[in-house]
Design a protein around this ligand. Structure first.
Ligand SMILES: [Zn+2]
Length: 143
């Protein structure tokens, strides 16, 4: 199996479509909304690749998107309703958004962080060869 190295915009487009940023396979390493495989089921590329803290990076992406959304939504709401800002309804709506948005963003935060890691540390030819080796050892019933 040979996968050509994707461009940076292509990796992030794939991440936003919940595909593997490297090979474009959907679902890639996703097993469901809250579960994932440790490696892509198509290209075999591991999300860890010898690094610790993948989940921390994904959680950081999730929090950054959620906080940016709250700041922009809150700011726009205040500007639109100024000087009669309805503080209580605004806080309730933003509170609900703060609870729901991380759940909605959960799989996106993993795929976006995977693309970011591939951008910062592209896999070596050795890692790609190891990934192909790994995927060829997975029984067909698990793929
Ligand atoms: Zn893949």
């Amino acid at each position: 199996m040979s996968v050509t190295r994707p461009t940076v915009p292509l990796m992030f487009r794939r991440a936003l479509l919940l595909q593997c940023a490297w090979c474009g396979d959907r679902p890639g390493f996703r097993r469901g909304w809250f579960r994932r495989y440790d490696s892509c089921q198509h290209c075999g590329l591991s999300v860890q690749r010898g690094h610790d803290g993948f989940e921390l990076g994904a959680a950081t992406i999730n929090v950054m998107i959620m906080l940016a959304t709250l700041v922009v939504a809150g700011g726009v709401s205040v500007v639109i309703t100024y000087p009669d800002v309805a503080v209580t309804p605004l806080m309730l709506v933003l509170g609900v958004v703060a609870l729901v948005l991380p759940v909605v963003l959960y799989p996106f935060s993993y795929t976006i962080w995977f693309a970011t890691e591939l951008l910062m540390d592209p896999p070596s030819d050795e890692w790609l060869a190891r990934a192909v080796e790994t995927i060829s050892q997975i029984p067909a019933s698990n793929a």
